[in-house]
Design a protein around this ligand. Structure first.
Ligand code: ADP
Ligand code: MG
Length: 244
């Protein structure tokens, strides 16, 4: 593997007495796409949220691009700018147009001027195929279009890695494909991606690696052919059999 872009070492996370992550070790190389699968409650979202410190690990280390996020002296806002995150819920500002949703964080966080922010917004709207929606309000868009706007908003910040937490789970089935197509394009462009998903076709076709989590541990980590095609562990087999 080339230099790891994301590195998680001995990660533990508890909420009160509930230990949700029980020692996670994971490396993701630059340009690698890793899909994280596993049952509800297994700790997938918590792991993702620890990778950009939306949750503070109880124990262990997280590195992104060689910087230790868990170092108490780190400038967490600066590191977080390098990490894009897309959630199941799109979290667009309803009172702002699509373009304004994309320019506001660039201006606030990156201090870009209006013209530059607008240029970057237009570029990224084009990448997700929504240039014609630039002046629309989120409520007038389909869920799939809103999620593509949310991805474009993330990309406008120029992230080095992208984290996706079940980005298509809230969508009507006929809208899932367009969002996955955008993610596939990003993967082909060499973006480092960590994707929590139940979309096994996407995982098979796009992921370099699939990680199966259960009960706060990584049970299997391998190529899609290994983990989905011929799982070694009973827990993985059981999980996959219930998806079919
Ligand atoms: P998954 O994404 O795999 O469904 P989560 O990471 O969301 O799993 O949750 C794993 C466990 O952690 C669950 O038992 C959940 O209730 C608990 N949990 C997650 N976030 C919090 C929180 N902020 N406070 C307390 N418990 C939490
Ligand atoms: Mg989750």
């Amino acid at each position: 593997m080339n230099r790891p872009e994301i590195q998680v070492r001995g990660l533990h996370k508890s909420f009160g007495a509930n230990e949700v992550l029980k020692g996670i070790d994971l490396e993701i190389g630059r340009g690698e796409v890793v899909c994280v699968i596993g049952p509800s409650g297994s700790g997938k979202s918590t792991l993702l949220r620890c990778v950009n410190l939306l949750e503070e690990p109880t124990k262990g280390q997280v590195f992104v691009g060689g910087t230790e996020l868990t170092d108490p002296d780190v400038d967490i806002d600066a590191v977080r700018r390098r990490i894009g995150m897309v959630f199941q819920q799109f979290n667009l500002f309803p009172h702002l147009t699509v373009t304004e949703n994309l320019t506001l964080p660039q201006r606030r966080v990156l201090k870009r001027d209006k013209a530059q922010a607008a240029r970057v917004a237009a570029e990224n709207l084009e990448r997700v195929g929504l240039s014609e929606k630039a002046t629309a309000y989120p409520a007038s868009l389909s869920g799939g279009q809103q999620q593509r706007v949310a991805i474009a908003r993330s990309l406008s910040m120029g992230p080095e890695v992208m984290l996706f937490d079940e980005p298509t789970s809230a969508l009507d089935p006929e809208l899932v494909g367009d969002v996955l197509a955008v993610m596939r394009m990003l993967a082909n462009e060499g973006m480092t991606m960590m994707v929590v998903t139940h979309e096994m076709t996407f995982a098979r076709e796009v992921a370099d690696r699939v990680v199966f989590m259960d009960d706060g541990v990584i049970v299997e980590d391998g190529t899609p052919a290994q983990v989905i095609g011929s799982p070694r562990h009973e827990r993985t087999r059981h999980f996959l059999s219930r998806l079919l």
